[in-house]
Ligand binder design. Structure first.
Ligand SMILES: Nc1nc2c(c(=O)[nH]1)N[C@H]1C(S)=C(S)[C@@H](COP(=O)(O)OP(=O)(O)OC[C@H]3O[C@@H](n4cnc5c(=O)[nH]c(N)nc54)[C@H](O)[C@@H]3O)O[C@H]1N2
Ligand SMILES: Nc1nc2c(c(=O)[nH]1)N[C@H]1C(S)=C(S)[C@@H](COP(=O)(O)OP(=O)(O)OC[C@H]3O[C@@H](n4cnc5c(=O)[nH]c(N)nc54)[C@H](O)[C@@H]3O)O[C@H]1N2
Ligand code: SF4
Ligand SMILES: [Mo]
Length: 897
């Protein structure tokens, strides 16, 4: 065998499957002997990231591999071949539709599907089954931004591009923690030295780097931007010509905004007038201003209005369609934008067309479909309510985990459990939603899939396959077309390759368009397979007028409204629908952590990514912590009118008094009672149907714990361990687990002392006499080791979880052979360190020691320890450790409120 045959490396360019920045990734697969290794790096040619990747993107290779993957269809828990699984599904769907009509079935999709997957799913339901019941997790994410753009600009069209963030002199980040959630864009702003204002009730990694941080009262953004509009009028900082020539509705909007004096706005927002004035002046003076907004704005019962309140200020100053200026809604998921293009939301039809007679007829002719849905379908919250009420009797969920991410998550899970047919397509075998499924279908995922995604700046990029799908996993588009064929629509779903779907999608976008619809990629309608495979990232519209794509929209100030003018929307600010009370006196805010993606089915596989935070932590202000007698690490229970969740306290001055913050990432598969969305009620925005997630009224109580235990077991012991946990309601206060190399680490909080020997006995009930035991009694607690030739179980218990041994060291024992004297494994191991830099594995303690030793800047710490020198995502935290002695003064906010 020659050396080249033995060792082959193949490099391909693709796109990151996480956030809406849409970074280009270069993946190199090395085939050595029988095995494959993958290395990823940033694609230097890609205009989103020019070679950089954040911590999640950098760890992509560690998330690959077969562990935990769903490899074969499973019907009612038993493995089946594809043919019988699909046959079952088609018969059930056909029967349900025949008996109860098309609206008795639904698809619930995801902004993580590729455009080609999304297109065929939408076409099947809206064109051929004949129901509008296709909704997507983008409802929880972008739908208010969509509704607001449509109201103001006449189309769901993001005006800006990434370069605007560098050209701008001021970027106002509203309800965005971009340093963690859109890290590469944030780094681009930082590199360009753009001035930053952050509007967010809490301090975050983003506000840490800002020139000005307005820690407003939760939910008060519309008041803030009405106040700004009023200020612009009062100080005559308007672009009168732009308003006269290119907009409508200004007078009405101003009539309401005029009420919002500086004093009234400051009071509503809970900040000092002086601080507000500083922001207003900065905005008024700076022509090149981009407003960059995300879930702090969208996830609200008045999110559409909040979006419009921001857009109003841009219209009033003519700051749209110009380099370095515009209202920039930033998308969350890698293909949230692609989903909007194909009509993935229940109230859109396809290719930016709506449910009006003309569009319905047009789409029907194009698809050669005579049963096109005549009306919008149910939006996510209503859709799952319809499942609960038995109106929807068959639902197919693809690439999303609603039993974790939907408001009232526990109720959604039980609605699914009652539903006659639940089909779930996922790449992962065990998710909260998969546990509710009748039929599980194994999907391919990143690295195996082939198609396109569109990022936040309307840029279409290719995801390219470089790995062979494991087991019997199939592409989502293939599974959808298979169902279509079995339902009798084979002719219209006869695609051999995603390029054929893409061509059709592109052709539909241009079909009878004539400039009436923003989304138009008709220039790509005849793309060859070779051109598709070589497609360079391109921003839509891509049509006859703009054959190489379009950086910015609205440069000629022509909008997609009937009059061609942009619309001011009169906004009457509203407070959150779910309100605080004596019984539920605290606000719970929720959002993302730096190193995890959503429900952790993928990032949770990269062990290094769990170092930053491995358990659900509830952030609480030090004053509140004192009031409730809570210390750092104390186990807490939160209750809302809807549900409950548990987590450990993280006492932090970043939170204002009366406000808590919890991460969205943990699910019931990873921890007990850890779903933050279980606390959310069904309050939604009236225009978009987007749920109110960011302001939930809760009560808090510390949970008494008698002792803690850390338990390490191999993969094969995990199932009996889960069963044991399920039986411990009386003894167990809380558990969570960390997937690690070769097995799991469980962290238990107990009402009594743990009898490790009894637990081990249950887990190894069938091991018989081959099981050996070691036991060690220490002052701090007890330790056990149970082992056979093949497996080990290590248990360490004690009264304080932080004094238990370093978990990293313990985890290594799972992979190593037993030492000659096995009891050695139980000897003293020091407690562990908290990692700040995941890439270079630098801990908080190391950084603090270096600071104490005189190292005084982020750069110098990087030189000394390496922290922050790879992806840079941890730089804001290093800066905050540096500034740790300057406490944040929230007292002002408290007084005003
Ligand atoms: N690391 C990581 N990155 C991600 C994701 C992930 O899971 N992990 N998910 C991606 C997805 S799908 C999305 S949608 C984006 C979301 O990106 P972001 O919207 O940036 O993320 P969040 O953490 O949900 O919320 C942002 C901020 O809104 C603030 N906020 C809460 N209430 C209010 C309010 O009333 N007013 C204002 N002004 N702010 C408020 C919160 O305190 C929080 O800091 O992130 C994307 N990027
Ligand atoms: N309280 C609260 N709740 C929230 C939010 C919040 O801020 N606060 N944010 C909301 C937002 S913005 C979002 S976007 C949602 C996200 O919430 P979800 O969409 O529910 O979360 P994910 O974990 O991304 O779910 C994606 C699933 O698809 C699977 N998957 C990955 N790739 C593929 C593929 O190619 N094909 C298939 N078939 N499956 C695949 C993954 O394994 C995973 O199970 O959460 C929402 N919920
Ligand atoms: S910023 Fe990070 S998560 Fe987002 S696309 Fe780029 S590498 Fe992926
Ligand atoms: Mo999202």
């Amino acid at each position: 065998m020659s050396l080249t045959e033995h060792f082959r490396a193949h490099r391909s360019c693709t796109t990151c499957p996480y956030c809406g920045v849409g970074c280009g990734v270069s993946a190199t697969v090395k085939r050595r002997g029988g095995g494959e290794t993958v290395a990823v790096s940033g694609d230097e040619q890609h205009p989103a990231n020019f070679g950089r990747l954040c911590v999640k993107g950098s760890a992509l290779a560690e998330t690959l591999g077969e562990r935990g993957r769903l490899l074969q269809p499973r019907l009612h828990g038993r493995e089946h071949d594809w043919d019988s699984a699909m046959d079952f599904m088609a018969r059930q769907f056909a029967r349900t539709i025949a008996e109860h009509g098309p609206d008795s079935v639904a698809f619930y999709l995801s902004g993580q599907l590729l455009t080609e997957d999304y297109y065929v799913a939408n076409k099947l339901m809206k064109g051929f089954i004949g129901s509008g019941n296709v909704d997507t997790n983008s409802r929880l994410c972008m739908s208010s931004a969509v509704a607001a753009y449509k109201r103001a600009l006449g189309a769901d069209a993001v005006p800006c591009c990434y370069e605007d963030l560098e050209v701008a002199d001021l970027v106002v980040l509203v309800g965005s923690n971009a340093a963690w959630t859109h890290p590469i864009l944030f780094q681009r702003m930082q590199a360009a030295s753009t001035r930053l204002v952050v509007i967010d009730p809490r301090a975050s990694a983003t506000s840490e780097m800002a020139d000005l941080h307005l820690a407003i009262t939760p939910g008060s953004d519309a008041a803030l931007f009405n106040g700004l509009l009023n200020f612009l009028v009062e100080r005559d900082r308007l672009d009168r010509q732009f308003i006269d020539l290119h907009t409508e509705g200004f007078d009405e909007a101003i009539d309401i905004a005029r009420d919002w004096s500086l004093a009234k706005t400051a009071a509503a927002c809970g900040i000092a007038e002086q601080q507000l004035l500083e922001f207003f002046r900065l905005f008024a003076q700076t022509e090149k201003t981009v407003s960059f907004y995300s879930q702090g704005i969208n996830q609200s019962s008045s999110g559409t209005d909040k979006n419009n309140a921001i857009i109003n200020c841009h219209l009033a100053t003519g700051r749209i369609g110009r380099p370095g200026a515009g209202p920039f809604s930033i998308t969350g998921q890698p293909n949230a934008m692609g989903g909007r293009e194909v009509g993935g939301l229940a109230n859109m039809l396809a290719a930016h067309m709506n449910f009006n007679a003309g569009d319905i007829d047009r789409v029907g002719r194009f698809w050669r479909a005579d049963s096109v849905a005549q009306k919008p379908g149910l939006k996510a919250v209503d859709l799952f309510e319809a499942v609960e009420r038995g109106k929807i009797k068959a639902i197919w969920i693809m690439a999303t985990n609603p039993a974790v991410s939907m408001p009232d998550a526990a109720r959604v899970a039980s609605a699914l459990q009652k539903c006659p047919l639940v089909v779930v397509s996922d790449c992962v075998a065990d998710t909260d939603t998969a546990r509710c499924a009748d039929l599980l279908l194994p999907a391919t995922t990143w690295g195996e899939k082939n198609g396109t995604v569109t990022n936040s700046e309307r840029r279409i990029s290719r995801q390219r396959a470089f790995l062979t799908p494991p087991g019997e996993a199939r592409h989502d588009w293939q599974i959808i077309c298979d169902l279509a064929a079995r339902l009798g629509h084979g002719d219209q779903f006869d695609y051999a390759h995603p390029v054929e779907i893409f061509r059709e999608h592109a052709a539909l976008s241009g079909f009878e368009n004539d400039g009436s619809r923003a989304f138009d990629i008709s220039a790509l309608a005849e793309i060859s397979l070779r051109q598709y495979d070589g497609l360079q990232p391109v921003q839509w519209p891509v049509n006859e007028r703009n054959p190489t794509g379009t950086e910015r929209l609205f440069t000629e100030h022509k909008f997609f409204t009937a009059t061609g003018r942009a619309r001011f929307i009169s906004v009457q600010p509203r407070t959150p629908e779910q309100s605080r009370s004596d019984e539920f006196p605290l606000w719970l805010n929720s959002g993302r952590l730096r190193d995890q993606w959503h429900t952790m089915t993928r990032t949770g596989r990269a062990r290094n990514l769990l170092d930053h935070s491995e358990m659900p932590e509830i952030q609480i202000n030090p004053g509140d912590a004192r009031h409730y007698h809570i210390g750092d690490g104390q186990l807490l229970e939160l209750r809302s009118p809807r549900g409950r969740m548990c987590g450990r306290a993280l006492v932090s001055a970043a939170q204002k008094p009366g406000e808590l913050f919890a991460p969205i990432h943990w699910s019931e598969t990873l921890a007990q009672d850890a779903r933050v969305s279980a606390l959310a009620g069904p309050a939604t925005d009236p225009h978009s149907g987007q749920p109110e997630f960011k302001q939930l009224p809760v009560q808090l109580s510390p949970l008494p714990v008698h002792s803690y235990a850390t338990l390490l077991c191999h993969e094969e012991t995990a199932a009996p361990m889960q069963q044991w946990l399920a039986r411990q309601e009386r003894k167990l206060v809380h558990w969570y687990r960390v997937p690690c190399e070769g097995g799991y680490r469980y962290e238990l909080a107990l009402r009594e002392s743990l009898d490790g020997r009894a637990l081990g006995g249950e887990l190894f009930a069938n091991s018989g006499p081959t099981l050996c035991w070691q036991q060690l009694q220490l002052l701090q607690g007890q330790r056990w080791l149970a082992h056979t030739q093949r497996v080990k179980l290590l248990i360490f218990s004690g009264g304080d979880w932080r004094t238990l041994p370093d978990r990293r060291v313990l985890e290594q024992h799972l992979q190593q052979p037993l030492p000659p004297a096995p009891a050695q494994l139980l000897q003293n191991i020091a407690p562990g360190a908290q990692m700040v830099c995941s890439c270079k594995q630098v801990s908080r303690q190391q950084i603090e020691e270096a600071i104490a030793g005189g190292t005084a800047s982020v750069e110098a710490l990087g030189e000394l320890l390496g922290c922050g020198t790879n992806c840079g995502s941890c730089k804001p935290e290093i800066a905050s450790i540096l500034r740790a002695n300057t406490a944040i003064d929230w007292t002002l906010g408290e007084n005003v409120a």
